[in-house]
Design a binder for this molecule. Structure first.
Ligand code: PLP
Length: 397
């Protein structure tokens, strides 16, 4: 009763206690490079307002009806056109499905292709929250080591063999070949081809998380694993979370027709219709007017300068013996620290100075120490990044 009273009289955000509109938690006095979130200043509020009006004008009540299971045709057509440009392969209509983003895509694929107790292989390190989704499904996760150009195929074969010796059959490899989170690494074209062959030989499906493809700051990245696959080995997940706005919750999945059909015939899509139908039509409108392509160019420019500002600051302040490679896309700089620096202690000291970051531990399957830290350059301006690293320098003395 009191909640109802306060909602009608006050500010709904504070009256609902700790509940907030957004996930980001602002910590007073801290420039927090631990979040892989976009800068709110780069979210196209006016453009999305216009696209929402455009979707309502064009589709009227159909914009608010239950949507087609695989997603509304106008968005499917826009995504197919865009993939032809940025990925060199255009999916056919029956190879594409709209999702609520890549987190949701991982969840959908875990439901459709896996059973509780199955083994999933991941890169080491990997996106920490994918680990959470797999574990929500009762899946067992095993790490596979990487080198500078991507997953090590000798180790992949060893891990599969040793799992089989234990009576377990790995079914799926989850991988982020393009501007990896957390390392920023780009898998080479050659390794991509070899990986697909290796996966087939090992009877593994590949779940490719392609969330950062649009955010490239140098040469165009190699085509996705999916773009190279003609034998239903790869399911690729794409998202508008990083390239447009995470709050829209719109992404997509490309795979062979049988897998797409299996997912689009699932109970959740039969019951609720297409995922995020209205948001999907907003994205379709935003793409059809050419706003999306312009927006991507702006993002690339903005994030490229932020990356440069952060790399430059690191050159000045990182302790002797620290190493990193310059990411050519994505959100993150991954710094390996010398053995005499404890990442956790460094983070505590950095927070006392007014900045923060993630240590490498959560990105490890076994949660064991990784002598590295992840700095996200997506959420803050160049000036804030420089200030953050000046504070970091004071912490590392
Ligand atoms: C590798 C990776 N996959 C998925 C996600 C989440 O994607 P979405 O917002 O589309 O669910 C992120 C976000 O940080 C990510 O880095």
């Amino acid at each position: 009763v009191s909640a109802r009273l306060t909602i009608t009289t006050g500010d709904p955000v504070t009256d609902l206690g700790a509940r907030s509109v957004v996930q980001f938690e602002h910590r007073h006095g801290i420039i927090d490079l631990s979040w892989g979130h976009p800068d709110p200043a780069l979210l196209p509020v006016a453009g999305i307002r216009k696209a929402a009006a455009g979707a309502l004008d064009r589709y009227g009540p159909d914009a608010l009806a239950y949507g087609a299971s695989a997603g509304p045709a106008p968005l499917l057509a826009q995504i197919a056109d865009r993939l032809e440009v940025v990925d060199g392969r255009r999916p056919d209509g029956d190879e594409l499905l709209v999702t609520a983003g890549n987190s949701h895509g991982i969840d959908l694929v875990s439901t459709a292709l896996l059973h509780s107790g199955d083994v999933v292989l991941v890169e080491s390190p990997t996106y920490h929250l994918a680990l959470r989704v797999f574990r929500d499904h009762g899946l067992e996760v095993r790490p596979v080591a990487c080198d500078d150009v991507g997953l090590r195929l000798d180790t992949l074969a060893d891990v599969v063999r040793s799992e089989r010796d234990r009576g377990r059959t790995p079914r799926l490899l989850y991988i982020i070949p393009t501007f990896h989170n957390p390392t920023g690494r780009l898998m080479s074209a050659e390794r991509r081809g070899d990986l697909i062959e290796a996966a087939r030989a090992l009877d593994l499906r590949i779940l490719e998380d392609d969330v950062y493809r649009e955010l490239s700051y140098g040469e165009k990245p190699p085509g996705s694993l999916w773009s190279m696959d003609d034998q239903a080995t790869v399911v690729r997940l794409g998202s508008f979370a990083k390239s447009l706005a995470p709050g829209l919750r719109v992404g997509f999945l490309t795979a062979d027709p049988a897998t797409v059909r299996q997912i689009s015939n699932s109970g959740v899509l039969e019951s609720g219709g297409g995922i995020a139908h209205f948001a999907a039509l907003i994205v379709a409108d935003f793409m059809s007017t050419g706003e999306y392509a312009k927006h991507i160019e702006n993002l690339r420019r903005a994030y490229r300068s932020r990356r440069d500002a952060l790399v430059h600051a690191c050159q000045e302040v990182m302790p002797a013996g620290a190493s990193w490679s310059i990411p050519t896309g994505g959100y993150f700089l991954w710094v390996t620290l010398p053995g005499n620096v404890d990442p956790e202690a460094l983070r505590a000291a950095a927070e006392r100075e007014g900045m923060s970051f993630m240590t490498g531990v959560p990105f490890q399957v076994d949660g064991q120490g990784e002598q590295a830290i992840r700095l996200a350059f997506s959420r803050y301006s160049e000036a804030d990044l420089r200030e953050a690293m000046a504070r970091f320098a004071r912490a590392s003395i």
